[in-house]
Write a protein that binds this ligand. Structure first.
Ligand code: UDP
Length: 441
């Protein structure tokens, strides 16, 4: 059996595992950090999650579950700081992480797992001080995001690309959500494939299960006899809820009497089409305002009812490192109509558990909607296949994959334990020199 850590420090600067996902900067990463922590704790690995306090009401330390502590670090003003301002707060954040460890007995943490590039920067500092390995998950890559930008969306800053590239080199192991993402890490950032572990994310399969559709609809006051296509997630250009609204409008132009409803669940995030009312304006402009229902972000116990209420869940994103919503919807027995991008190609089995659509053209999306909604037998078969497919994605499975990666990180670290500070510094400086020289060339 591979070596496993007793206690790990999880760094999650901008995503608190205790925040409600589906709005602002809170999304799949929050769910990921919390769910994997719970599973690791069940495997007797203690988890301490460091995140930035975003409210004066945040307690310094919160016990999220047995074996899972959330440390709310004060770094900068509680409110009003956007994700893009956070690089300015990495020093105070790092200082507090280091102080926290310094109050403990030596060797308190066995390993650092950092999430997203901001946390990765803190991780590099801490792992050198603590002499422990760092495992890093990027979650999304700026270079990839910039290559698949939605129209009118602003590109990710160059500083983020630089940071991600440095981490690709510095972290002891890198976790990719899919083999596609592993390839992207190598292609865009020159990551060494031998240091990448592919670990699929999951869904809470005890929560997201098929259930009674009529009861789910009644809970939200939705009609029993309408066809419902739901979008769930942060309302931002990258997630492209407008693609669904336009496609539904096209379907309804051709058949105005058709009983079709679009259900949008989530809150504003990012720039551009970020306000739900901009999406409401679009629906009004297209003449289908009465066919679109908006719901604010929902907690998991209500979200499962949204998935059950829908005939289809649409995930039209321009890029998606994985797309937890696609797995959750399928786990609840609802087929998914998704853009054929990133991790969605893994999350959805084309033609079996849903459809993958190439591009974002209104005509293509309208045709895909019709082809599924007009074929109840096909939809029924997909419902069963969707639940079966999703059963292969559990957080328990993800945690096992993480433990394997941690084991490799620890074993590799032990071998290289001659890492006296001087050696680390010389190696790291040489790597950086090579990296930026390559870049300049
Ligand atoms: N989510 C939620 N309530 C909402 C909308 C979304 O709890 O109203 C959660 C959803 O269950 C999923 C996460 O937010 O786990 C979104 O993850 P995904 O990977 O689909 O997108 P991301 O936000 O990471 O881009």
């Amino acid at each position: 059996m591979s070596e496993r850590p007793r206690r790990i420090a999880v760094l999650s600067v901008h995503t608190s595992p205790l925040a409600q996902p589906g709005t602002g900067d809170a999304g799949g990463m929050n769910v990921y950090v919390l769910q994997t922590a719970l599973e690791l704790a069940r495997r007797n690995v203690e988890v301490e999650i460091f995140t930035r306090a975003t409210s004066s009401a945040d307690e310094p330390v919160v016990q999220a579950a047995p074996g899972v502590l959330v440390r709310n670090v004060v770094a900068g003003p509680f409110e009003g700081l956007d994700k893009h301002d956070l690089p300015t707060q990495l020093c105070p954040f790092s200082a507090e992480v280091l102080r926290q460890e310094a109050r403990q007995l030596p060797g308190y943490y066995d390993l650092i797992h950092s999430h997203y590039w901001l946390s990765g920067q803190v991780g590099v500092l801490a792992r050198d001080r603590w002499r422990v390995p760092q495992v890093h998950t990027a979650h999304t890559l700026a270079a990839v995001k910039n290559a698949y930008l939605a129209e009118g969306d602003s590109p990710e800053p160059a500083a983020r690309e630089v940071g991600e590239k440095q981490l690709t080199m510095e972290a002891d192991r890198l976790i990719a959500n899919t083999s596609d993402e592993a390839r992207q890490l190598a292609a865009y950032y020159g990551a060494d494939p031998d240091r990448i572990d592919v670990v699929l994310p999951g869904a809470d399969l005890t929560r997201y299960r098929p259930g009674d559709r009529a009861a789910a609809r009644a809970e939200f006051g939705l009609a029993a006899d309408e066809q419902i296509v739901a979008f769930v997630g942060r309302i931002q250009p990258l997630k492209a809820p407008d693609v669904l609204v336009r496609a539904a409008a096209e379907v309804l132009y051709a058949q105005p009497d058709r009983r079709l409803r679009v259900l949008i669940v989530g809150g504003p995030s990012g720039s551009g089409l970020e306000r739900p009312h901009a999406l409401m304006d679009l629906a009004a402009e297209l003449g289908i305002a009465d066919r679109v229902t908006f719901l604010p972000p929902q907690p998991p116990q209500r979200l499962v009812q949204v998935y059950r209420a829908a005939d289809l869940v649409a995930v039209p994103s321009y890029n998606e490192s994985f797309g937890l919503v696609a797995i959750e919807a399928q786990a609840a027995g609802t087929p998914v109509l998704a853009a054929h991008v990133g991790g969605l190609g893994t999350a959805v089995r084309d033609n079996r558990t849903g459809l993958l659509v190439d591009g974002h053209g209104t005509g293509d999306w309208a045709a895909a909607l019709r082809s599924l909604l007009d074929d109840p037998d096909r939809l029924r078969a997909m419902r069963a296949a969707a639940a079966e497919h999703a059963a292969g994605f559990s957080w328990a499975h993800t945690a096992d994959g993480l433990l394997d990666s941690y084991g490799r990180a620890l074993a590799g670290y032990r071998r290289a334990d001659s890492r006296a500070t001087g050696t680390v510094s010389a190696e790291s400086q040489a790597r950086s020199r090579a990296l930026w020289r390559r870049r300049a060339g």
